[in-house]
Design a protein around this ligand. Structure first.
Ligand SMILES: [Zn+2]
Length: 375
């Protein structure tokens, strides 16, 4: 079975603006690490170029009026609607080639989903995908088009059972909203609590409406949360629900901004919990669509994605350059150190507070959501 990387150098070279924290170039550093650690040379691995999504498919999730506004803005045309759609703000700037960029990103994710429908591909990875904040009729949090909601809506139309797992430091609000009243998509987001933190949603009580009740799960963590607390809640909640739901396809947004060195979020996670979560998610479904998501420490995020790729492919990183240059590190990871982090353990009252919140959330979900799934 094939493992596919969907990658274009041109796409990775897109800039939101020099000072903007969202850097598509992370994908380029990621591919450099795949080369360096000998992770992209197996017979069952393939790199494919993204093809832009056809505009019609955007309407699987987005409002037509919104897409029109987005197109106009990208062409340099100002309209009042732009302001309602939150385009042209500091977070969601207008940049050259914006509309083409979003068509390519959504196209790459859609392509990955289509490949997983067949018998040949078991994993597809789009590092520039995972734009989980885009709403039906507005941009938000660096996201203009919700590639995830579009791909899942399409898989649903084709009769697939889809689970969505979001480990980005921010709540996956756009995807939550897209499937909030459906029991055909199980949506689980683990993130830093929305109390005073963007996007301000994702509390444990948001469990879905109508038929979707119990099929939307949020695990909000207190700022400061470390690997131990994170894994406690992840293991208590996610595997039992996934084992019950049995997705045909798992769509995973694997943002790297939960890392303790991320400049925009306040969690204290390391590559150790990240790797464990990826290892576990691999068992939830025979097919995985992995999407890069956030991560604002550019090199650390590229390292985390490298760990995710290796884990999903079931191969070990081998540093090809060790010993060749006197053991010196060079390349993008000079800034990031090694792929794996040393363990980090929070202690004292702060740790207890993080644990207390995690225990409360887990108990709430076990009481309200588990029975809906016969657990
Ligand atoms: Zn994020």
């Amino acid at each position: 079975m094939l493992d596919v990387l969907i990658y274009s150098h041109d796409l990775a070279m897109t800039e939101y603006g020099a000072a903007h924290p969202f850097k598509p170039a992370r994908a380029k550093f990621f591919v450099e690490l795949l080369n360096r650690f000998h992770l992209i040379f197996e017979d069952n691995q393939k790199i494919v170029e993204p093809v832009p999504i056809s505009e019609e498919l955007l309407y699987l999730f987005h409002a037509r009026e919104y897409i029109e506004v987005l197109k106009k803005a990208s062409a340099g045309e100002f309209s009042m609607e732009m302001l309602w759609a939150e385009i042209g703000t500091g977070d969601n700037p207008i940049f050259k080639g914006m509309f083409e960029f979003v068509l390519d990103v959504a196209g790459a994710t859609y392509q990955g989903a289509q490949m997983l429908l067949g018998d040949e591909v078991r994993m597809a990875f789009n590092p520039v995908g995972g734009l989980h904040h885009a709403g039906r009729d507005h941009a938000s949090g660096f996201c203009y088009v919700n590639d995830i909601a579009i791909a899942i809506a399409d898989l649903r139309q084709k009769g697939k059972r889809v689970a969505y797992l979001d480990i980005d430091a921010h709540h996956g609000n756009g995807v939550q909203d897209a499937f909030y009243d459906s029991d055909k998509v199980l949506t689980i987001s683990l993130h830093e609590s929305g109390e005073g933190f963007y996007p301000g949603t994702g509390f444990e009580k948001e469990i879905g409406d109508d038929e979707g009740r119990g099929y939307n799960v949020n695990i909000p963590f207190r700022a400061g949360t470390d690997d131990e607390v994170y894994l406690f809640a992840f293991e208590a909640v996610v595997p039992p629900l996934m084992e019950r739901f049995k997705p045909d396809i798992l769509v995973a947004q694997i943002g790297g901004d939960g890392h303790k060195d991320d400049p925009l979020a306040d969690l204290n996670l390391t590559s150790n919990s990240y790797k464990r979560v990826i290892q576990t998610m691999k068992q939830f479904s025979p097919k995985v669509l992995a999407l890069g998501g956030g991560g604002y420490n550019v090199f650390k995020t590229a390292s985390l994605w490298t760990i995710a790729w290796a884990t999903l492919c079931g191969i070990e990183p081998v540093d090809q350059y060790v010993g060749r240059v006197g053991g010196m590190m060079f390349g993008p990871e000079t800034e990031a150190g090694h792929l794996d982090d040393a363990p980090f353990v929070l202690e004292g009252a702060e740790k207890e507070a993080c644990f207390e919140q995690a225990r409360r959330v887990v108990a709430y979900l076990q009481k309200t959501v588990f029975p809906i799934h016969g657990l």
